[in-house]
Design a protein around this ligand. Structure first.
Ligand SMILES: [Zn+2]
Length: 147
């Protein structure tokens, strides 16, 4: 696994701005002062093989954005949105994984349910057999008590 320091949180695992906010929103109200980074999911590093390489750290994108040169500012915007898009993609992949494991769990439960149904049928059959045996014994006792 090849990893690199998360470019969004700079390897801190946390960010000071809610990650669900769009990149250009700078005002929000929250009692929290730090949030789990949505790019690395708090893991501080990203897997460059799995998640792709991030060559531009957020602080660079921000420096570009604050540049007085329109072209650089636009470049900064583009880089920033690319990072945001990748972070969202990460979230989507994680959610997909969650859905897949829930589906697997559900399939396993269905299997268990089928197995339990089989067991139930066998137990009921065994009970019916025992009931019949009890009836036979009762008849035998009442037959014998006639002597
Ligand atoms: Zn991060």
């Amino acid at each position: 696994m090849a990893t690199e320091l998360c470019p969004k949180c700079n390897g801190q695992g946390i960010v000071s701005k809610p990650p669900y906010l769009a990149g250009d929103i700078n005002e929000w109200s929250s009692s929290e002062s730090q949030f789990t980074c949505n790019l690395c999911n708090g893991k501080m590093v990203i897997d460059t093989e799995k998640d792709g390489a991030f060559t531009v750290p957020v602080h660079l994108a921000e420096a570009f954005r604050n540049s007085p040169y329109n072209k650089d500012a636009l470049r900064g915007d583009k880089l920033y949105w690319q990072l945001e898009a990748q972070a969202k993609q990460q979230e989507i992949e994680r959610l997909k994984d969650d859905i897949e494991s829930l589906n697997n769990g559900y399939a396993q439960l269905e299997e268990d349910r089928e197995r339990l149904k089989d067991v139930e049928i066998k137990v009921l059959a065994a009970l019916a057999e025992k009931d019949a045996e009890i009836e036979r014994l009762k008849e035998e006792i009442s037959f014998l008590s006639n002597f």
